[in-house]
Design a binder for this molecule. Structure first.
Ligand code: ADP
Ligand code: GLC
Length: 468
């Protein structure tokens, strides 16, 4: 697997959770998987061993020397070390601005993956995640098209999020020594620019996305981000495989990051978690008897932050409380700062990235709000089910596939009113605690572990490797 993130070493969102958990689950289906990611500055090499020393990667006159380390994980996790490219404050950029040489950074990742495949771990499939890995199929179809090492190697490209496409000026092709023949509409050209996600979409042997609903949606203009045509053209090899979750990390009966453990049979610990969370966010004690709504999110346009802002007054009027954790676009962070300032003691927000707090919110809240504009899969609503934290979601993509009547509340229209209407129904349900507890338990008993989804990937790998 070629990826830009893998939990726990490098994470900004769900991609990291998936790449961190799927390889171990695949082992249960009889597959051996290695993962390769960049060695960002924040990744400590202590405990890792150097397995490949200074491989030169040439892009025309430019040369990048990379070393490859293997981290002490339960599967081979390779870290591509190239300090001038990866030893920076961010993974993709700083202060909301992408690094201008991201095409080079991820081209080097792709080329390092090919080198690792030659010398360290000979795969039958390259499983490439998101635009950062889109150059692997592109190089295999061009520069390495006749390389005997790779003739029988197949590629699977997984779209975790169509909203991030890796767009660069046409001159980027020369910087990364990619055949200019790819610059065509059915290749990697996209409205006058080079699109790295199209490297995956156009050139991978098979494509998938992370829920069946999103696989359908991205083939429509409404959700296609301009790529629906390219995706429809490959509709015969495009499937949807729902993400699983890692219940070793995300389950209230074993979670070491929450104040008290609990299960569907004994929910008493959840009240302790709520009490602590209310205290941690400085909310009044009265919140203990009212619905506490949790939010953990990248604060971006995708996640429906604007709907929450639009509905804030109406939400507060329902006599509920909100705790939010997130980071992202300054504009949306500001929404939360403003809401917290306007409704002190009602809405509390922490702007930042904090895994422990994400767990404590999942455990301590009564409801989890996820009003996404679009959602390829979404993991937090699935975690919420397991924590007995009833999800209120917009019925799109993976949210629609994972939440059903009886385990959560859904609304369809992208508007503050629709969100508010769904929350009102949830608040009414909460008033009947017996019914509410039954709903919590139903969600807690749902099984979204990786087992079945990993085997769907495994079957796809086998079909690809078999050439069928
Ligand atoms: P996405 O990948 O689009 O951000 P997902 O729901 O698939 O959405 O996954 C988000 C993951 O990132 C979850 O594990 C969630 O807990 C985590 N996460 C998001 N924002 C934060 C944050 N501010 N602090 C800690 N964890 C976060
Ligand atoms: C993306 C999507 C999210 C999905 C995650 C993992 O970041 O936004 O919906 O769960 O990838 O596939």
């Amino acid at each position: 697997m070629v990826s830009s993130e893998a939990a726990p070493l490098a994470k900004t969102g769900g991609l990291a959770d998936v790449v961190g958990a799927l390889p171990a689950a695949l082992r249960g289906c009889g597959d051996d998987v290695a993962v390769i990611i960049p060695r960002y500055g924040s990744i400590d090499l202590k405990g890792a061993r150097r397995v490949y020393d200074r491989v030169p990667i040439h892009f025309g006159p430019a040369r990048y020397d990379v070393s490859i380390y293997q981290a002490a994980e339960e599967f081979p996790l390779y870290l591509v070390d190239c300090p001038p490219l990866y030893d920076r404050k961010g993974f993709y950029g700083e202060s909301g601005i992408d690094y201008p040489d991201n095409h080079i950074r991820f081209a080097v990742l792709a080329r390092a993956a090919l080198a690792a495949a030659r010398f360290l771990f000979a795969p039958r499939i390259f499983h490439c995640h998101d635009w950062q890995a889109g150059l692997v199929p592109a190089y295999l179809r061009t520069t390495f098209a006749t390389d005997p090492t790779f003739v029988d190697v197949k590629t699977l490209f997984t779209v975790h999020n169509l909203g991030y496409q890796g767009l660069f000026p046409k001159t980027a092709l020369a910087d990364i020594a990619l055949d200019s023949g790819v610059y065509r509409p059915d290749g990697m050209e996209f409205f006058g620019r080079v699109s790295l996600i199209k490297g995956g979409i156009a050139f991978a042997d098979a494509l998938n996305t992370v829920s069946p609903a999103y696989a359908r949606e991205i083939q429509t203009p409404e959700y296609g981000f301009g790529l629906d045509g390219a995706l429809r053209a490959r509709g015969d090899v495009l499937t949807g495989i729902l993400n699983g979750v890692d219940y070793r990390e995300w389950s209230p009966d074993v979670d070491p990051l929450i104040p008290a453990n609990y299960s569907a049979d004994d929910l008493s610990g959840k009240r302790v978690c709520k009490e602590r969370l209310v205290g941690e966010f400085g909310l009044p004690r009265e919140a203990m008897d009212r619905p506490l709504v949790g939010i953990v999110s990248r604060f971006t346009r995708q996640k429906g932050t604007d709907l929450i802002a639009a509905a804030a007054a109406g939400l507060v009027a329902e006599d509920l409380y909100i705790v939010a954790l997130g980071t992202g676009d300054p504009e949306y962070e500001e929404f939360f700062r403003r809401m917290a300032a306007e409704y002190p003691g009602r809405i509390a927000a922490l702007i930042g990235f904090d895994n422990g707090l994400a767990h404590r919110i999942e455990a301590g809240a009564d409801m989890f709000l996820m009003p996404s504009r679009y959602e390829p899969c979404g993991l937090n609503q699935i975690y919420s089910l397991r924590y007995g934290t009833v999800p209120v979601v917009r019925s799109t993509g993976g949210l629609d596939d994972t939440i059903e009547e009886g385990t959560g509340f859904k609304f369809a229209e992208y508007s503050g009113e629709a969100l508010l209407a769904a929350v009102r129904v949830a608040v009414r349900a909460y008033a009947d605690q017996e019914l509410w507890h039954a709903m919590m338990r139903r969600g807690m008993q749902k099984d979204f572990s990786w087992r079945s989804s990993a085997c769907a990937y495994s079957a796809l790998y086998r079909r690809l490797a078999g050439g069928a």
